[in-house]
Design a protein around this ligand. Structure first.
Ligand code: ZN
Length: 372
């Protein structure tokens, strides 16, 4: 069963809504139309409260999308693709494809959401002040104040340094920068996240019994959810030394379609643009065999104006001279041979024919997961 409904796209990102949001919207509508607004702006017709309640719920959802679009915009600017934004019970989630590959980018992506909420809060508060000065409608004033307040709550609660909340991600990026590695930083941040989540559950219980059962239950539920999320991140970040026994075959990259002997450098450029992770494109010779490759860096040797005329043949690198790994070799063995920290790739050849390519980047990210 589909858990959510797709509403549309913004900045190229699909926006979905989870059914749990319906419950949150009903609660917010009730608290706005029956409690907050009649308090702030008494003696208005019920229909005015109801109308403002509906507008409030819609603007709240728009604020959630605004928060997630903040993350998405900065993520895209840092070359992290955003798969989808989903609104659900506790707010929004921008689902990213992969993670930022440096701590600075992670920090900026995480900070952008609360910043967006802060901006929405400031604009709403400014509008409320204006309505008040102009002696405008009190229901509208109440609505704007409520919108400002809920966005402050959204920004502040997301800034809690409890991984995987935004504040926790900012904490992780700080630890990551200081320690130089992401794995240990994630484990520490996710541990702090679990401790803070337990704190939230306890705070929720105390609040529930002492003040308002409703705020207490909500806080405790948020704590439980956060605990589960932090726990999952913590387990996923544990070192998995068995990964060193993975074979080259399992982590090597597939090759792009080979180019023919009559292709031009412009064709090569297109092929590599189409496949940005490929370090080279195989080249078929006159006998129909792949005996050489066309390396990405070699394109620079040909002036852009000449690329459509110059044949790729002039850039071919014979297969025989290239570093080579066996598909059944283990990653541990490859690391012994190639060392760590440098940038390299090696062709994977089976029975004399080129099948895939192993890139140092993929070996490094596997080592990151394998070692504590
Ligand atoms: Zn966020």
């Amino acid at each position: 069963m589909r858990t959510h409904l797709t509403l549309g796209r913004l900045l190229g990102v699909p926006i979905g809504i989870n059914w749990g949001v319906v419950a949150v919207c009903a609660l917010l509508f009730w608290s706005l139309a029956f409690v907050s607004l009649p308090n702030v702006a008494p003696s208005h017709p019920t229909s005015a409260y109801w109308f403002a309640g509906v507008v409030g719920v819609i603007t709240f959802m728009v604020s959630l999308v605004g928060h997630e679009l903040g993350h998405s915009y900065v993520a895209q600017r840092n070359d992290v693709r955003v798969v989808e934004i989903t609104l659900w019970l506790f707010g929004g989630v921008a689902k990213l494809e992969g993670e930022a590959d440096d701590p600075g980018a992670e920090f900026r992506i995480a900070a952008a959401g609360p910043l967006a909420s802060g901006v929405i809060a400031a604009v709403s508060a400014g509008a409320a002040a204006l309505v008040s000065r102009l002696d405008g409608n009190r229901v509208l004033y109440g609505l704007l104040v409520w919108l400002a307040a809920i966005n402050v709550v959204l920004a502040v609660s997301n800034l809690l340094p409890a991984f995987p909340l935004d504040g926790g991600r900012m904490l992780r990026s700080y630890l990551w920068r200081r320690r130089g590695r992401k794995g240990p930083a994630t484990r520490i941040a996710a541990m702090i996240g679990q401790v803070l989540a337990v704190g939230l559950v306890v705070a929720g219980l105390v609040l529930g019994f002492r003040m308002s059962w409703w705020t207490g239950a909500w806080t405790a539920a948020l704590g439980l959810f956060l605990f589960a999320a932090a726990r999952a991140e913590w387990s996923a970040a544990q070192a998995r030394p068995e990964l060193l026994e993975e074979t080259v075959e399992r982590i090597s990259r597939p090759l792009p379609e080979p180019l023919g002997p009559s292709s031009s450098v412009a064709d090569l450029e297109r092929a590599l643009r189409h496949d940005p992770r490929a370090p080279f494109v195989p080249l078929v010779d006159d006998r129909g065999e792949i005996s050489s490759v066309l390396v990405r860096e070699s394109i620079r040797r040909v002036q852009p104006a000449n690329r459509a005329q110059v044949p790729v043949r002039s850039l071919a690198m014979p297969l025989v001279g290239l570093p080579r790994v066996d598909p059944t070799e283990t990653v541990a063995h490859v690391v012994d041979q190639m060392g760590r920290g440098s940038d390299w790739w090696a062709v994977v050849v089976v029975d004399g024919s080129l099948t895939s390519v192993l890139c140092s980047e993929d070996v490094e990210s596997l080592l990151e997961l394998a070692t504590p």
